[in-house]
Design a protein around this ligand. Structure first.
Ligand code: SF4
Ligand code: SF4
Length: 222
């Protein structure tokens, strides 16, 4: 899932400035699962903003709406119905969702309430771990299902580096060495032979290094 965290309240207030009629739009998918931008978080932020406005003796409106997925145009149609009468949209989705709103509603400012953080998993309640950087050419098959791009601090393909100590990465903070994990897992799978030959440098054109990416699925085009 895409993991994000809400911006600090003071930053959100500064972004909104004097906007008097704000439509807060949440997303019911990734950011809901990571407790950042679903309907409950929209309600919490709206209440905070209402309280702050009342304290400042300012008359402001903060309306709430959460759509199933902010990154899909058909769900965004719900926003079109709710938008009249508002002078700004505050998105509580990831950056993709916020940009979908910005392109669909060019007549109003779309402001982000969330910092999009990474692609990851819920390891346990309250702990999210980054495990994919969307490199566009997945190598998990070679590395026992453990991603060296995102889980090794140096994105090494022929690791570990000399800093790996006792299964921990040299960056500290109790971060596991991805290469220790890769070797352990490949050993268990009987696939350590995957590492016999040096892995060639990755062609990063499929990642961000080739500029903004797009994916065309001819079979899905109507
Ligand atoms: S190799 Fe690339 S696509 Fe596969 S998990 Fe790692 S970053 Fe994601
Ligand atoms: S210690 Fe392990 S995870 Fe950390 S940078 Fe070196 S090889 Fe990568």
């Amino acid at each position: 899932m895409i993991v994000g965290e809400r911006k600090p309240f003071e930053e959100i207030k500064a972004l909104l400035g004097d906007s008097a009629r704000v439509l807060l739009v949440g997303c019911g998918t990734c950011v809901k699962v990571c407790f950042t931008g679903g309907d409950k978080e929209v309600a919490v932020l709206a209440s905070q903003l209402r309280l702050a406005a009342a304290k400042a003796r300012k008359k402001k409106v903060f309306d709430e709406l959460t759509v199933e997925r902010q990154c899909e145009i058909e769900f965004v149609d719900e926003v079109a119905k709710a938008l009249p009468g508002h002078d700004v949209i505050m998105s509580m989705a990831c950056g993709a969702g916020a940009q979908m709103l910005a392109s669909r509603f060019p007549q109003v400012p779309v402001l982000p309430a969330v910092n999009t953080t990474f692609l990851g998993v819920l390891e346990r309640q309250g702990l999210f771990l980054e495990n994919c950087q969307g490199c566009g050419a997945c190598v998990l098959g070679t590395f026992g299902g453990i991603c060296p791009v995102s889980r090794c601090a140096k994105s090494l393909f022929n690791g570990p580096c000399g800093g790996s100590q006792g299964g921990k990465c040299e960056i500290g903070g109790d971060v596991p060495c991805a290469w220790a994990q890769i070797i352990e897992r490949l050993t268990k799978l009987g696939q350590l032979g995957n590492l016999k030959a040096a892995v060639a440098p990755k062609d990063w054109r499929s990642a961000r290094h080739g500029g903004p990416r797009k994916l065309v699925r001819e079979d899905n085009i109507l």
